[in-house]
Design a protein around this ligand. Structure first.
Ligand SMILES: O=C(O)[C@@H](O)[C@H](O)[C@H](O)C(=O)CO
Length: 489
């Protein structure tokens, strides 16, 4: 029946639109699917008038006794399809989960095609507050884009929505209002870098802290024994760990209580991956015990692992040291149980995936985001070398400013002059580590810069990606597939 309706639609509009056959859904006697023209995508509702009236849209014809409504893929209509088809984020129920961050809101249909091949729980809506502020999007935009992408691809499995690297309770509440299923609280602004603070001030802070006596009672001299490792909380170490993390833990508790008062069922992640100091095994133990003692039920914990986890490129550091540290952290996780480690900046960290999968025994969350953006810009470079050249040259002027909160160490002077690269070779620039970091962190400037009220690049980028959707989706499938292949347990 659906084929019959779609055939009649195609005949009626004589191939004017491309139909996403994967999106066709039937609900009682109504039919819904997505189409696209040269400029944008639409939802088509072929239904009785009373059903069509649920949507915002334009009547463009009738088939049998049903109206054909052409609807914009806007927030209003997104809410209608979420209700009609129960497309809502849920908590993770698998050992391995993967964050498919999507800065453009275009990648989900490519991301979902990977899920059936790999047994991971997909977090299809994931953006940090930093990304949102740089792209001028909000949590609603991110979730809407993911849901339209799910509808387009016909994906019917569960998925997560992660409000990532949230530092402010107001942002948490916004994400909760939109129905997010995962909240990643980033207390790093409250983690003290004690090597840069006057020792006298630290001692005064410690001695005068209201929790000091209780903490000393619980942890001073305590021995924590695990399968292969043993750690003793000597007073000197307790002092360092307490003054470093006590305020951060306090902040996490406040955030957790705020969410707990708003949502019943959600995944909670604590993320200290962006602190300057690697998390020691004893600090890991202290943080878990203190969070639990304060009533925080967290599902994932993003530690600051040893080495450099720079955006867009592989891990920088001694893998044997990482392996040794990770084995201790995983012993702790296994013993304290009830949570998984979360690996941030997971994009392109190919050399460490096997190590994490092995020591975590496949119980792991991995976050990526910029790597899907890089594959989009790779598509632009392939389809429109001239547009890429302009993006590239503009990105060079923004690098220093945009790097203030990403801290990549790319030496942009090593980057070839893009005007001396022939068109067919421009795409290869995206394989140069310095170029990857340049493009990865300047996304906000590139996507939002305007001249005389007109976007400098944004509209052109979306146009090129719309026109080259097949190539864009392929690039993402291939590259994210490489990540997931290495995560297979
Ligand atoms: O760029 C960002 O803010 C995000 O990608 C953020 O770093 C995220 O938590 C991540 O690690 C994705 O790789």
């Amino acid at each position: 029946m659906a084929e019959n309706i779609v055939e009649k639609f195609e005949k009626l509009f004589k191939g004017k639109y491309k139909i996403y056959y994967s999106s066709i859904r039937k609900l009682e006697k109504s039919f819904f699917f997505m189409i696209r023209d040269q400029k944008q995508k639409y939802l088509i509702s072929i239904a009785k008038k009373r059903i069509c009236e649920k949507f915002e849209g334009k009547k463009i014809g009738r088939i049998n006794d049903l109206d054909i409504l052409m609807c914009p893929t806007n927030d209003y209509n997104c809410k209608v399809i979420r209700t009609l088809f129960n497309i809502n984020p849920s908590v993770c129920k698998k050992n391995t989960s993967f964050g498919f961050g999507d800065r453009l809101g275009l990648a989900t249909p490519a991301h979902t095609t990977l899920i059936n091949k790999y047994d991971v729980f997909p977090v299809l809506a994931q953006q940090s507050v930093r990304e949102l502020s740089r792209t001028h999007r909000n949590f609603k935009d991110v979730l809407d884009s993911a849901i339209w992408g799910i509808f387009e691809s016909g994906y019917e499995g569960e998925f997560g929505a992660d409000a990532d690297h949230v530092k402010d309770i107001n942002d948490l509440m916004q994400a909760a209002y939109e129905g997010y299923s995962m909240y990643t609280v980033d207390p790093s602004d409250h983690v003290k870098n004690i090597d840069k603070i006057n020792q006298g001030e630290l001692v005064e802070f410690y001695k005068s802290h209201p929790l000091r006596k209780e903490i000393e009672m619980i942890y001073s001299g305590k021995v924590f024994s695990f399968e292969k490792s043993k750690f003793t909380m000597e007073d000197k170490e307790l002092f360092r760990i307490f003054v470093t993390y006590v305020d951060a833990i306090e902040h996490v508790v406040k955030c957790y209580e705020a969410i707990k008062n708003t949502k019943k069922n959600f995944d909670f992640e604590v993320s200290i991956d962006e602190t300057s100091i690697p998390t020691s095994p004893l600090a890991h133990i202290f943080i878990v015990h203190e969070l639990r003692r304060r009533g925080v039920d967290f599902q994932t914990l993003a530690l600051r692992f040893v080495g450099q986890w720079q955006k867009a490129i592989d891990y920088i550091g001694d893998l044997s040291v990482l392996e040794s540290e990770l084995s201790m952290h995983c012993e702790i996780v296994k013993s304290l149980s009830g949570y998984r480690l979360s690996l941030h900046s997971g994009s392109d960290k190919f050399s460490v995936y096997r190590i994490f999968t092995h020591y975590c025994d496949g119980k792991l969350h991995v976050k990526t985001a910029g790597t899907s953006y890089l594959e989009a810009i790779r598509t632009v470079a392939e389809a429109s070398p001239s547009l890429y050249r302009n993006i590239h040259k503009y990105a060079l002027t923004c690098f220093e400013k945009d790097n203030t909160s990403y801290h990549v160490t790319a030496d942009i002077n090593k980057i070839p002059d893009v005007d001396n690269v022939e068109d067919s070779k421009v795409v290869n620039l995206l394989d140069i580590p310095e170029v990857r970091q340049l493009i990865h962190i300047t996304y906000g400037s590139v996507l939002t810069e305007k001249i005389n009220g007109k976007y400098l690049f944004r509209d052109e980028i979306y146009r090129i990606l719309h026109e080259n959707e097949f190539l864009h989706y392929k690039r993402i499938r291939d590259h994210l597939g490489k990540h997931l292949e290495l995560l297979k347990n």
